[in-house]
Design a protein around this ligand. Structure first.
Ligand SMILES: Cc1cc2nc3c(=O)[nH]c(=O)nc-3n(C[C@H](O)[C@H](O)[C@H](O)COP(=O)(O)OP(=O)(O)OC[C@H]3O[C@@H](n4cnc5c(N)ncnc54)[C@H](O)[C@@H]3O)c2cc1C
Ligand SMILES: *[C@@H]1O[C@H](CO)[C@@H](O)[C@H](O)[C@H]1NC(C)=O
Ligand SMILES: *[C@@H]1O[C@H](CO)[C@@H](O)[C@H](O)[C@H]1NC(C)=O
Ligand SMILES: *[C@@H]1O[C@H](CO)[C@@H](O)[C@H](O)[C@H]1NC(C)=O
Ligand SMILES: *[C@@H]1O[C@H](CO)[C@@H](O)[C@H](O)[C@H]1NC(C)=O
Ligand SMILES: *[C@@H]1O[C@H](CO)[C@@H](O)[C@H](O)[C@H]1NC(C)=O
Length: 587
């Protein structure tokens, strides 16, 4: 090996050739414009009524795909995903179409809208690849401190991140708007500059993205290219309604199968093969995993009984500890054209507020007035439920329709601009999740209690203060109409769906009230099956055999500035752990 490496470094021609071969391999592996025709992927209607596997994974999302790909190296794996494949859907693949999937509220949309009891409109994935098919693409790791606190093995964590990054992570092109935000952050003291890096460090950096240089999205579903085709089956439109347990004559509950509906409404069952190491793994996301546990009889006893569910295990912690990181933003209309960008730059402040930015609207290619088509504002479009102009709870379908109508009356120039946003770490505030009904296709009820804890509100206010300074920075001046003050920006009362600060006679200036009234989601909601409360440190469900939960529902705090890198990493990481346990290897 050593010899070979020396030989290689002697001959740069050889090295270049090897590089080219590697590069071409990677290209042919990951070029997703041609939909990968996974031989192991099929609609659930083609599944037999009953089948048997070593691992049954519920949810082909951000964690479920890397987990399934990894376990298929040595075991027979079934991956059940309630949605379709993402391939061939432009709304998913193209950066500029970000708002399209999220505004599609039909029952077949890859995005299922939900409204928290707090009144903030949000979305959950219903597609192979999960949230990575809907999200804004920002890719950034958790800090080594976070990894240490959770108790993960740092070396395997790093290897797992790299495994993910080889396929889905790219360096974003830095155009003018994102560059100005970066320079503005540095100018106002969010230092040092850490350049382009996946690492989480105080200061300002350019993070990774799952969009390639052509603005083409690569998702967790692409990680299935690592799978071992003869050992894995991926079923689409397979909605699990229940986990099945063996109970009689056993001291502990033991998971041994699942029941799922196919796209034609036919029920199928899948069971674990005989073998003490075989398991069901729930990766249905922060809403799906606690919901499915409850529907299967594991959860708070009285709550389950009120729905007539047969309680198999009284577990009051299922559904507790639900959190969503509040997002607040300011829109800055620009005299210059701006690029369409989703998140690329982040300022990681010492007070744990993360400053990010997005720009442009769907006007690229349109010279028309907005009245001739439906304009949107990407991550901040009323069509997707982001309506910061009215306080949470008042974001009714009528209010959304009105905001969309009003946008059509604006000049094209009003859409030239971008957003600087702020999300807070954690958050510290938590809420809970409950069933609404017994329908596995429906959303449960979820409450996040945004800003319930004063610490969260303080972080928001400090983040907003930094944003105000960035807008006023020299670096940012070319993107500002010189005659609009920051206060007026926050105050804008034109027919624009954002930034209108609802006026309270009592308190017209407080950023606290601004944070509360304009709170939106950045879709980083998590929790419901916390480590130490619902699962142990190996992600095994407490009090139950052969059942784990591996996804964002297990997270206490959202990792890094944005979670997807760590959720994908966790799928790979736990896949490696489970595989080596099975093979009896020590780490
Ligand atoms: C609009 C949006 C923007 C975001 N932006 C970013 C960003 O820029 N950067 C970032 O890092 N993070 C971002 N996130 C967050 C990130 O994408 C999520 O935290 C992450 O995808 C969650 O992964 P998960 O595996 O926990 O759940 P998911 O990826 O949601 O996976 C759960 C899967 O389970 C399936 N499922 C659920 N119930 C069942 C059932 N009963 N039977 C079968 N299948 C089921 C679902 O269809 C889904 O595919 C964003 C999220 C959204 C929605
Ligand atoms: C995809 O693969 C399946 C099974 O190998 C095959 O039947 C099908 O024709 C292929 N589809 C395309 C579009 O290549
Ligand atoms: C793309 O999004 C638009 C707007 O929401 C929707 O009408 C259309 O059906 C979507 N297309 C696909 C392929 O999902
Ligand atoms: C993992 O990588 C990070 C940088 O990304 C580094 O700071 C850390 O020390 C590494 N951890 C281990 C255990 O190698
Ligand atoms: C903001 O709005 C309030 C209430 O309408 C108004 O009194 C104030 O002058 C505005 N501030 C600016 C700078 O426009
Ligand atoms: C101001 O009034 C609003 C609406 O009536 C209320 O929600 C808010 O708590 C009040 N703020 C203060 C600081 O009293």
């Amino acid at each position: 090996m050593m010899m070979m490496m020396m030989m290689m470094s002697k001959s740069s021609m050889w090295r270049n050739a090897m590089f080219l071969v590697g590069f071409l391999c990677l290209l042919s592996l990951s070029h997703a414009e041609l939909p990968p025709n996974y031989s192991f992927m099929k609609p659930a209607t083609e599944a037999p009524p009953v089948s048997y596997y070593d691992y049954i994974i519920i949810g082909g999302g951000t964690a479920g795909c890397p987990l399934a790909a990894t376990l298929s190296q040595t075991s027979r794996v079934l991956l059940l995903e309630r949605g379709p494949a993402p391939y061939g859907n432009k709304n998913i693949s193209n950066l500029g179409n970000f708002a399209d999937t999220l505004s599609d509220t039909s029952p077949t949309s890859p995005s299922q809208r939900f409204i928290s009891e707090d009144g903030v409109i949000s979305a959950r994935a219903r597609v192979l690849g999960g949230g990575s098919c809907l999200n804004a693409g920002f890719y950034t790791r958790a800090s080594p401190d976070y990894v240490r606190q959770v108790g993960w093995d740092g070396r395997l964590v790093n290897e797992s991140y790299q495994w993910v990054e080889k396929v889905v992570a790219f360096e974003p092109p830095m155009l003018q708007w994102q560059s100005a935000v970066k320079d503005g952050l540095l100018e106002v003291g969010v230092n040092p500059y850490n350049g382009f890096t996946f690492d989480h460090m105080y200061g300002t950096k350019i993070g990774g993205t799952i969009f390639d240089k052509d603005g083409f999205r690569h998702t967790a579903a692409d990680l299935l290219q690592y799978a071992n085709p003869p050992m894995i089956t991926v079923l689409l439109h397979a909605t699990v309604s229940k986990i099945l347990f063996r109970q009689k004559g056993r001291p502990r509950l033991m998971a041994h199968g699942v029941a799922f509906w196919d796209g034609a409404g036919v029920m199928h069952r899948a069971y674990l093969n005989k073998g003490s190491k075989n398991e069901i793994i729930v990766s249905a996301g922060a809403l799906g995993s606690p919901q499915l546990l409850m529907l299967s009889g594991i959860g708070p006893k009285e709550h389950l009984q009120s729905f007539g569910i047969n309680v198999l295990l009284d577990q009051p912690m299922v559904g507790q500890g639900m959190s969503d990181n509040p997002m607040n933003a300011i829109y800055i209309p620009s005299p210059l054209p701006v690029e369409i960008s989703l998140i690329q730059v982040v300022g990681i402040t010492e007070f744990d507020s993360y400053i990010e930015a997005a720009s442009g609207s769907n006007f690229a290619g349109h010279s028309d007035q907005p009245s001739h088509f439906t304009p949107n504002l990407g991550m901040f479009s009323p069509q997707i439920g982001q309506l910061s102009k009215v306080p949470p709870g008042k974001r009714t379908p009528e209010a959304i329709a009105k905001a969309v109508e009003q946008m059509k009356s604006l000049e094209v120039s009003a859409f030239r601009g971008g957003f600087i946003l702020e999300k807070i770490m954690g958050p510290v505030s938590t809420g809970h999740l409950e069933l609404k009904n017994l329908n596995p296709y429906d959303n449960p009820l979820v409450t996040f209690n945004y800003f319930k804890e004063p610490e969260d509100l303080r972080r928001c206010v400090q983040g907003m203060e930094i944003i105000e300074k960035v807008i006023e920075s020299k670096a940012f001046s070319k993107f500002r109409y010189p005659y609009i003050s920051v206060e007026a920006l926050i105050n804008i009362t034109v027919h624009f769906p954002v930034n209108l600060r609802p006026r309270h006679d009592n308190d017209s200036k407080s950023l606290e009230q601004f944070c509360k009234d304009t709170v939106m989601t950045i879709w980083h909601y998590h929790g419901g099956c916390h480590v130490g409360r619902v699962v142990d440190h190996d992600y095994k469900v407490l009090g139950v055999d052969a059942l784990r939960i591996i996804d964002g529902s297990t997270l206490n705090y959202s990792p890094g500035t944005n979670p997807q890198a760590t959720v994908m990493m966790l799928g790979r990481y736990m896949g490696m752990k489970i595989m080596s346990e099975r093979l009896g290897k020590k780490e």
